[in-house]
Design a binder for this molecule. Structure first.
Ligand SMILES: [Zn+2]
Ligand SMILES: [Zn+2]
Length: 126
């Protein structure tokens, strides 16, 4: 069971919001997925892997906090990268709340004018 070793790998850069403890980190999605299944079986925790923007490794997060997104093919953000598209307004709101809690940035949810997804934007207008 090579994956058991990875359960104890702690991040040096990323910490839990409430616990303030270092997050477990995984190098690959399947390692994180295995750990999630292990925790579900043994501790009844419902977690899902996500790729961390900060450290580039994978962490686990409660499923309610996971908001799947894909890149919009037409809308770009201020820095020229394509915007994330959320499937529903609810998921976009969940993500906006998480970002606001973690980074103190207020984001506004709006419907993509080309597709049927939802985007986030910073609340200032030029
Ligand atoms: Zn991280
Ligand atoms: Zn768009």
């Amino acid at each position: 069971m090579r994956n058991l070793r990875c359960i104890n790998m702690k991040s040096e850069t990323c910490f839990g919001k409430r616990s303030r403890q270092p997050l477990s980190q995984y190098f690959y999605e399947d390692e994180a997925q295995n750990a999630a299944e292990y925790l579900k079986k043994n501790y009844h925790q419902d977690l899902a892997p996500y790729e961390c923007n900060k450290c580039g490794f994978w962490h686990l997060s409660p499923k309610t906090r996971i908001t799947p997104s894909k890149k919009c093919t037409r809308c770009t953000a201020g820095d020229g990268t394509y915007k994330e598209t959320y499937r529903t307004k609810k998921e976009a709101n969940t993500r906006a709340n998480i970002i606001s809690g973690e980074q103190g940035v207020d984001l506004k949810v709006y419907k993509c004018r080309y597709g049927d997804g939802w985007h986030l934007t910073k609340q200032f207008w030029c």
